[in-house]
Design a protein around this ligand. Structure first.
Ligand code: BTN
Length: 223
């Protein structure tokens, strides 16, 4: 795996595209991003002190129906990394990483698909380490610094890279989930409704108490 550290870019998820033609797994880490991207077209505030990286990973024979394995592996890798630094984190389906209900890490995976196979994935990870949060995020987000004090960014990065190199099991993902049994608000396109999460299925769908299963939606845990 190639590892490249840069000072500034718009988005590491875009920067890492340069390496696609080399067909080598590559991690690009940037100190800041000027146009960090989140899910659903949102922007991702990326101030110095956080860890902003994209992992370009190639697959030999990964079916699109197994796309959840990418999200599973990266979510578990991030939680294991945080645990190694004394931060107890959980996974809010599908791949937000929370500590005591506050988001500490966001993940944006972008897959390149050819004939029903995932050729490569760009796995973007934005982890709040020592960065200051915008005022409006203070209620809903947190940082490693807030929880366990200032961290050495290089140590967090090397632990994360090590964990990203290992795959996980569905049981690990499921045991780290913080949504099973919880009352949630579901945002699905124009639709918003309350539900209780019964379980998470192996393919990554969530099953609601109502019997409905969802493959993509945003959920908010209700207190
Ligand atoms: C989200 O929570 O909505 C996902 C956020 C993903 C942010 C990371 S930071 C590194 C990589 N580059 C980006 O532009 N986005 C991802």
């Amino acid at each position: 795996m190639n590892i490249l550290k840069i000072k500034k870019t718009k988005s590491t998820n875009d920067y890492v595209l340069k390496f696609v033609k080399k067909r080598t797994d590559t991690v690009v880490v940037s100190e800041t991003q000027t146009k960090g991207r989140g899910t659903k077209g949102r922007s991702f505030f990326s101030q110095k002190g956080g860890l902003y990286l994209s992992y370009l990973k190639f697959y030999e024979n990964l079916d699109v129906s197994d796309a959840f394995s990418i999200i599973r592996d990266v979510s578990v890798a991030v939680v294991k990394t945080l645990l190694a630094f004394g931060v107890k984190a959980k996974i809010k389906w599908p791949n937000d990483i929370l500590c005591d209900g506050k988001k500490i890490c966001g993940i944006l995976t972008e897959n390149s698909i050819e004939r029903d196979k995932i050729v490569y994935s760009i796995i973007g990870i934005g982890l709040n380490v020592n960065n200051e949060l915008q005022k409006e995020l203070e209620e809903i987000a947190t940082t490693m610094k807030n929880l366990v004090g200032k961290q050495n960014l290089d140590s967090v990065l090397s632990t994360l890279i090590m964990n990203l190199a290992t795959s996980s099991t569905f049981e690990e993902y499921r045991s780290l989930s913080c949504v099973i049994g919880k009352k949630v608000a579901v945002f699905q396109g124009e639709k918003v409704f309350d539900a209780v999460v019964k379980d998470i299925l192996k393919d990554g769908r969530i099953q609601l108490e109502s019997g409905e299963t969802l493959s993509s939606a945003e959920i908010k845990i209700k207190i």
